[in-house]
Design a protein around this ligand. Structure first.
Ligand SMILES: Nc1ncnc2c1ncn2[C@@H]1O[C@H](COP(=O)(O)OP(=O)(O)O)[C@@H](O)[C@H]1O
Ligand SMILES: [Mg+2]
Length: 246
């Protein structure tokens, strides 16, 4: 494995008033690596990823991205670094088109007289490429409303943003919640596809058994602390499940 991690966090603490949500956590991830982040409710998983995606600032600790010390003060800044986050509840807006969902807030514009308007043609081409060529989906119309896509396809539409915007790290919060078996299989495939293209991913999941096969490393949180951080080859599914039950 290369020596400079893509992201490295050192001695991260986060306090919310008297709640010690993240307690002295070191965390790193390399290019193309898939890390599962698991642990009880309230363990601090979401807080950690919100620090990475620029929603929260740590109370103390250092963050390095591609070897350089950074402060991630906003979601936009995280995106500029190449960090894309897909939140479970807010992955997709059902009432707008597939193409618009891929861009969501970053629509390309073109001049129309003196005005700027959304470049729909470019948006459709680029989203088609990211969704169908990038992730191997088969969504024929980029104009259809996203709510007509299956749950697996909807996750794919959100993940396709990573290809389009050339992300280096994708964070997925519970990507398989409420998905059918077929949807889970699709998400497994998307995650492998990210890895193949050198894009790292952090996956928060309750569904350990379904995401374990596609992961490279397992990290367990408990009450704000990291209690396990091992390559999959050194951590059996049974062991991880036992630790989670403790
Ligand atoms: N915005 C917030 N304000 C106050 N407390 C919070 C906030 N976000 C999380 N917490 C607290 O921090 C702890 C860790 O929460 P969280 O990171 O959401 O855990 P997890 O995602 O592992 O379930 C919990 O005790 C939670 O109540
Ligand atoms: Mg959470």
């Amino acid at each position: 494995m290369e020596s400079t991690p893509l992201l490295r966090m050192e001695k991260i603490h986060k306090w919310f008033e008297e709640v010690h949500a993240v307690n002295d956590v070191d965390f790193e991830i390399h290019r193309g690596e898939t890390v599962l982040l698991v642990g009880d409710n309230g363990a601090g998983k979401s807080t950690l990823i919100k620090i990475i995606s620029g929603i929260h600032q740590p109370t103390s600790g250092k963050i390095y991205f591609e070897g350089k010390k950074v402060k991630i003060n906003s979601v936009n800044q995280a995106r500029k670094l190449g960090i894309e986050t897909v939140y479970q509840e807010r992955a997709i807006v059902g009432s707008i088109s597939v193409a618009r969902n891929v861009f969501l807030g970053r629509e390309p514009q073109r001049s129309f007289g003196l005005a700027k308007i959304v470049d729909s043609k470019l948006m459709k081409e680029k989203s088609f490429e990211a969704v169908n060529k990038g992730l191997g989906l088969n969504i024929s119309s980029m104009d259809q409303e996203a709510r007509f896509c299956s749950g697996g396809e909807q996750q794919g539409i959100a993940i396709a943003r990573a290809f389009l915007f050339k992300s280096k790290l994708v964070i997925l919060d519970e990507p398989t919640n409420a998905l059918s078996m077929a949807g889970v299989k699709q998400v497994q495939k998307f995650i492998k596809e990210l890895g193949k293209k050198g894009i790292a991913s952090i996956i928060i999941t309750h569904s350990l058994s379904s995401m374990f096969p596609v992961s490279d490393r397992i990290v367990i949180f408990s009450r704000g602390s990291k209690i396990l951080d091992k390559p999959k080859s050194e951590a059996s599914l049974e062991n991880v499940e036992c630790l989670l039950l403790d």
